[in-house]
Design a protein around this ligand. Structure first.
Ligand code: C5P
Length: 399
């Protein structure tokens, strides 16, 4: 269950007898490596106590929409942005009806309206309620809105009836949640991603660098791997662990990054690294002593790695990033053209560097697509999905 490790999951629990099974579900999600925050509807709290979920998840349980304490710490909008997945189990007939109408009259329904993360529900109700036309129409609506419906199963019910409406077993729900991330959109595709900053040595102990944390590049590597790609991550020095199954090539300088990239590109090249534009003309072999009051540093331009790969003969599908502080679209489109890119993601450098969340707009020759603010992992999955679609389109057009 690799795809759930480090995933931030909101487990929504609504009022039904199957709520007791959500405790086991919470435990299994955590065992799979997820970070879980539980949101209960007030009626769920009639079936099982918040204390159970607090003990299992290690996090405070959220119930009230208007809760001063919660809003001061992690309020509903932060929770909505924090989530990689909102998983509602059990989802009662009442909650399904409210979700299909887009209601925002309690914390869980409000969260569902506010999040950009995928939503999955595991329905649980009496078989007659499940078969009722209203419920079926509500489910159809949720289906059209891309909400994943896990189950229900069939069998003996708590009320004594037999039929459809039993919540899936926790292990089956965990598998369904993992499948949401494992899209297969890039199955069999080879991808190289550059990430992080580069360091340009002044002498053996000093260097020029920038504030890039590598978070976006690492999130993309993970999302691409989960979408089925074979990923090589060429990374400058960062404090992050490479995602499992991703081949890490650790480099320091721009020239080392270029050398590594020349060997690996594959089908798609995604350049997220904040490559230092200049390096010291001469890097001293011994530590420079601070005898003088001033010091002059002469800089020379670094190679443009993305342009090098994109302008090469056997070029892969090339994706760039543009972190700008002004005229974002104009500069991004110029880079798209100058570097002959297939796709570029642009954002505001001041919002993005070192931050946990981001927003961006994708530009390509005859189109654009805005991505709203969300966690970098959620944004990365949406970006990977767009890259996969554009890549497939380019393959069809070049046939
Ligand atoms: O020209 P600018 O640095 O703004 O372009 C940004 C894009 O180019 C990013 O995708 C970045 O990873 C890439 N780049 C590169 N090598 C450089 C400079 C930028 O690959 N020397």
């Amino acid at each position: 269950m690799l795809s759930l490790s480090n995933k931030q999951i909101i487990l929504g629990v609504t009022g039904g007898i199957a709520a007791y099974k959500a405790a086991e579900l919470c435990r299994l999600l955590i065992k799979a490596g997820a970070d879980v925050r539980v949101v209960m509807t007030p009626s769920a709290a009639e079936f099982i106590t918040s204390l159970t979920f607090q003990a299992l998840s290690g996090n405070r349980v959220h119930i009230e929409l208007l809760d001063e304490e919660a809003e001061a710490a992690m309020g509903h909008i932060e929770l909505a942005r924090w989530a990689d997945l909102v998983l509602i189990a059990p989802a009662s007939a009442n909650f399904i009806a409210r979700l299909s109408q887009g209601r925002a009259d309690d914390l869980l329904s409000t969260l569902c309206l506010a999040t950009n993360a995928p939503i999955a529900i595991a329905p649980a109700m009496n078989q007659a309620m499940w078969c009722n036309q209203n419920t079926q129409e509500n489910l159809q609506q949720l289906n059209q809105k891309n909400i994943t419906i896990l189950g229900p199963g069939s069998g003996e019910q708590a009320c004594g009836d037999v039929g459809f409406g039993r919540m899936l077993e926790p292990q089956e729900i965990v598998q369904g949640a993992a499948d949401i991330f494992e899209t297969g959109e890039l199955a069999g595709i080879n991808i190289t991603i550059t990430a992080g900053p580069t360091r340009e040595a002044i002498d053996p102990v000093r260097y020029i660098s920038n504030h890039s944390s590598g978070k976006m590049g690492y999130a993309l590597a993970r999302a691409a791997m989960e979408a089925g790609a074979r990923v090589v991550l060429v990374s400058g020095p960062v404090e992050l662990e490479a995602p499992p199954q991703v081949k890490l090539v650790a480099v320091e300088s721009a020239r080392q990054m270029l050398d590594a990239c020349k060997v690996v590109p594959g089908d798609i090249f995604i350049s997220v690294a904040a490559v230092a534009d200049y390096r010291p003309a001469n890097s001293a072999s011994e530590k420079i002593k601070k005898n003088a009051d001033t010091m002059e540093l002469s800089l020379v331009k670094n190679p443009d790695i993305l342009a090098h790969i994109s302008l090469s003969d056997q070029r892969p599908f090339c994706v760039g990033f543009a972190a700008e502080t002004q005229n974002i679209e104009e500069y991004a489109r110029k880079k798209l053209e100058d570097k002959r890119l297939d796709l570029i993601f642009a954002n505001n450098a001041t919002d993005t560097f070192n931050s946990e969340s981001a927003l961006a707009t994708a530009y390509w020759s005859d189109g654009e697509h805005p991505f709203p603010c969300s966690s970098k992992s959620s944004l990365a999955r949406d970006m990977v999905s767009l890259i996969a679609r554009c890549y497939r389109k380019s393959k069809v057009e070049n046939r």
